[in-house]
Design a protein around this ligand. Structure first.
Ligand code: SF4
Length: 215
């Protein structure tokens, strides 16, 4: 079982968004643990500034998986603009090239996550594979990766998906949902060598994240 620790940026960003530099605490508890990774949610305010965050993770010997903030509460300055998404995509690519032993990712994942588009289709409710099975009434049924359920802490209540119940799917930037969206669409990635390589890299990324393959 892997432990994913939520991270919302550098020390100052975390103080603004979460009240304290949580990394300072979690990194002490989990330093060097091969079964732990950081789930780094990048906000628009961190474009151009993610390398110091990655370096902090390198220094404590942990891994990191990247996703993007979805501004569910509509906080001023935290909604994505197209140019920020474009810049971030290339920044994430650069980081992956520079820290391939720390960042669990792929360039195709960066493309799909930042554009919200895969093979001409747009991500959203009609495509998302990460919907709790008993609440999924979409017709025709949407492809799913697993029998996904999101349980609440009482272990009885189920929620629609792993994000807030009211999130607008059309602006959702959830990383796992985008990663599994690529994974369930294998046939759409069998037309060219590059497409198939892209699909395999996303699958490999998933397998590394959950240690299904040695890494
Ligand atoms: S909010 Fe995101 S993860 Fe949840 S159902 Fe909508 S698209 Fe899927």
């Amino acid at each position: 079982m892997m432990v994913g620790i939520s991270l919302w940026g550098g020390g100052e960003d975390e103080k603004v968004l979460r009240g304290k530099d949580t990394f300072a605490v979690s990194s002490k508890n989990y330093e060097g643990d091969p079964y732990t990774y950081y789930l780094y949610t990048i906000t628009p305010k961190q474009v151009g500034k993610i390398e110091p965050v990655i370096k902090r993770i390198v220094d404590v010997g942990l891994k990191v998986h990247l996703q993007l903030l979805s501004n569910d509460e509509g906080v001023d300055g935290f909604s994505w603009r197209p140019e920020e998404l474009r810049d971030l995509r290339f920044e994430m690519d650069e980081m992956l090239d520079s820290y391939p032993q720390t960042i669990i990712s792929s360039k195709y994942y960066h493309e799909v996550l930042t554009t919200g588009v895969m093979k001409g289709r747009r991500f959203g409710w009609n495509e998302c594979p990460s919907v709790t099975e008993s609440m999924d009434n979409r017709q025709p049924p949407v492809r799913r990766l697993i029998h996904f359920y999101r349980w609440a802490a009482d272990l009885k209540t189920v929620h629609r998906c792993c994000t807030s119940a009211t999130r607008d799917c059309s602006t959702c930037k959830d990383g796992a949902a985008h990663m599994s969206w690529v994974m369930v669409n294998k046939r759409e990635h069998m037309n060219t060598t590059q497409d198939l390589q892209n699909w395999i890299e996303v699958y490999e990324m998933f397998a590394k994240l959950y240690r299904l393959i040695p890494w």
